[in-house]
Design a protein around this ligand. Sequence first.
Ligand code: ATP
Ligand code: AH0
Length: 388
Amino acid sequence: MPITTHLSDGYVNALGLMSGTSLDGVDAALIRTDGTAIAAHGPSLTLPYTAELRLRLRNLLDNAPDLTPDNAELRAVEQALTLVHAQAVQRLRQMAPDMAVDVVGFHGQTILHRPGRTWQIGDAAYLSAQTDLPVVHDFRTADVAAGGEGAPLVPLYHAALLHNRPGPVAVLNIGGVANLTLVTGDGRIIACDTGPGNALLDDWACQHTGTPCDTDGQLARRGKADQAIVERLLAHPFFRKPAPKSLDRLSFHDALAQIAALDAADGAATLTAFTAQTIARTPLPEQPREWFICGGGRHNPALMAALAQALPGTIYPAEQLGWSGDALEAECFGFLAVRSLAGLPLSLPTTTGVPFPQTGGRLTCMDITPWGRRLWPCSHTDSPPPPF
Ligand SMILES: Nc1ncnc2c1ncn2[C@@H]1O[C@H](COP(=O)(O)OP(=O)(O)OP(=O)(O)O)[C@@H](O)[C@H]1O
Ligand SMILES: CC(=O)N[C@H]1[C@@H]2OC[C@@H](O2)[C@@H](O)[C@@H]1O[C@H](C)C(=O)O
């Protein structure tokens, strides 16, 4: 196994794959890392899903509580989703022919996330077979089994990127759901999901304009936020709860019913204000002086303006520090794949509520035998299975 040799040398080239709650496509990114430091950032890309796959994923997500893992549609969507991931791997390898990939970190697609249960779909064995690469996957189960939230998992990557930048400083991801990592003045890493990011706004825009999001905040900029509704929504006990805490994409979906009487522009402005204020009101032990924003929400000027107004400290797009704000979560799963192989923690009591620092992830890899290529699930301690 090449992984062992490369790890003993220190750094490996890890290709991370993330399919986020926005269901818009798969992000892929390459980094060179030993699971602690990041030696180099390679290229990244996003492969959008077809409208058909998006719809099928959304149907799964909407019906996930009633699905069993052997459901025929679930299995079919899982294969289709995995194939798009394999294509993303292939394209990224073509973009970086000099950066031979040692391992893939495959998050999959979350279709359900609630206390005690987290469910990501994606077929790691199929991906490994399609790409001829070892694949680390199933990143959240061990944390949940140990009593953690199972999310967010990106904080240790955020902290590695911040690399001794004096705190208090925050990294804020605004995807379908929003999450933040605070590194305090004395270097503690505190993290949580803060509330909806773009998910409600995407659904609202889709209902009213047929577009998948409020592109460039055009709707919200024409409207006026209804602060009374925002306050009603903010009264939910989740927003008073200190970190760590996490959410499902559909957690605040009933907010759409509460704004149903508003016109398209005022509804978008209200949801934009709601997202910004949930972040600003997240109970934190220290107020960050600087906020570095990643995820698709930073492309929305109406949301960025609302954040600038609501947050203490200064906000910057992630690019201010030379990071790629659209690739960061994918990079994270490359980083976590390497941490998993090295047996390092993926989560901490202050990031997911797990009782002790917890490693996680499972390795699925190829084995070449004299009888031909075959797959076997393995871990670092497993010995290869006997031949056929
Ligand atoms: N130009 C834009 N104007 C407005 N919104 C945008 C723009 N570009 C991207 N977005 C928003 O960003 C979202 C995608 O963000 P991102 O890819 O970070 O989410 P994700 O990774 O799927 O979610 P999560 O981080 O919750 O898993 C889109 O659904 C959209 O709401
Ligand atoms: C269960 C799940 O997939 N959660 C996602 C989601 O999207 C953003 C936020 O909610 C975060 O908690 C998490 O993703 C990132 C990558 C994380 O685990 O840090």
